[in-house]
Design a protein around this ligand. Structure first.
Ligand code: UDP
Ligand code: MG
Length: 331
């Protein structure tokens, strides 16, 4: 029997978790032909998320959990999940039901019957999302697809089901600055896209602030394109050419007509403008340098504080100690 692991990253989701589990129980009932495993990743939650995970693990053997020592981000949670998944098929899913679990049986069938390596999903609409957020997202996708060779699909969700060979390929990419939407495309493999309408969150609030989204988009750009660096070089060359031209004009004007060079305001504007461009280009180089700096430190992508495996082994050690003493634990 084949096995499927569903990785579920969670940050402060104590309300959404039980709703998700209930929904997944229905879906798992429909998927009798495959052994299911739910792998919850607690990304440093400060509410009761971890206790709910522990309860689910006690209640249902199919539930496992990993818990981080602090918030490392959804990307780190995905990576940890992929590293610890044991299934032949691996799915990634949000806990807030914005990734409809009812799609999972269909995704599984596509992989089994149509010979694809992965089934990915994207939103056909952005209803319910603030307008400014939709506008900024659309602009980001347009920009990155212009400057990157890796296609980043507009509206793509992280919700997808993959075969083990694709998971291995993703794990090979152990970079510290992770942008999964790019990584999934970069590794290749045959992927079928399914569309669904945007759904509102089941409970709780979104964990993505504008600032977090901006940093994430910078991760995408620096991770999958070096075009901004070329832009800095091109703009530098253009300004050199322009300055040679201006020097030539001023020298000629002075020699032929004896015109004095006039006007400090225009000069001040030029100094400010060129200074701004220089800082912009230094900033672009700085962005790449900072990513390289973090990459060369080889820090771990996440740190585990607790997991269902640890819980299981300490429990069995406890039990063996009790039985060695000839005592019944429940007594
Ligand atoms: N999430 C996480 N770590 C984070 C941010 C989010 O594990 O730092 C999880 C979150 O609990 C949820 C999923 O990632 O299961 C998607 O987050 P959210 O629903 O807040 O994002 P949105 O759907 O609004 O883009
Ligand atoms: Mg969500």
């Amino acid at each position: 029997m084949k096995k499927m692991t569903v990785i579920v990253p969670c940050l402060n989701e104590e309300e959404a978790l039980p709703i998700y589990y209930k929904e997944m129980c229905e879906v798992m009932k429909q998927m009798k032909e495959v052994e299911m495993e739910l792998l919850f990743v607690d990304d440093g939650s400060i509410d009761g998320t971890l206790s709910v995970m522990k309860d689910l693990h006690e209640l249902d053997d199919r539930c496992r959990y990993l818990s981080f020592s602090r918030n490392f981000g959804k990307e780190a949670a995905i990576y940890a999940g992929l590293q610890n998944a044991t299934g032949d098929y691996v799915a990634l899913m949000d806990v807030d039901l914005q990734d409809p679990p009812q799609l999972l049986p269909k995704m599984y069938r596509i992989l089994e019957e149509e010979g694809y390596d992965s089934v990915a999903t994207k939103r056909s609409t952005r209803t319910g999302e603030p307008r400014i957020r939709s506008f900024l997202s659309e602009s980001f996708y347009k920009l990155i697809n212009k400057i990157s060779k890796t296609e980043i699909v507009n509206g793509a969700r992280d919700y997808r089901l993959m075969k083990r060979k694709m998971v291995h390929a993703i794990l090979e990419m152990s970079e510290y600055n992770r942008f999964s939407k790019g990584i999934f495309e970069w590794v290749g493999f045959r992927t079928k896209w399914l569309e669904f309408e945007n759904v509102e969150r089941s409970a709780g609030e979104t964990k993505w602030s504008m600032k977090k989204l901006f940093c994430y988009s910078m991760e995408g750009i620096t991770g999958f394109s070096v075009a901004p660096l070329s832009f800095a070089s091109v703009i530098g060359m253009l300004f050199c050419l322009l300055s040679f031209l201006m020097i030539g004009i001023i020298v000629l004007r002075t020699l032929i007509w004896g015109d004095p060079v006039s006007g400090w305001p225009s000069l001040a504007c030029i100094v400010f403008f060129v200074g701004g461009i220089q800082l912009l280009c230094t900033g672009i180089v700085g962005q790449y340098l900072s990513k390289t700096y973090l990459e060369t430190k080889h820090r771990p992508i996440y740190i585990l504080k607790d997991s269902s495996e640890e819980e299981r082994s300490t429990k069995s050690v406890r039990e063996s100690v009790w039985s060695k003493c000839g005592l019944d634990q429940s007594a």
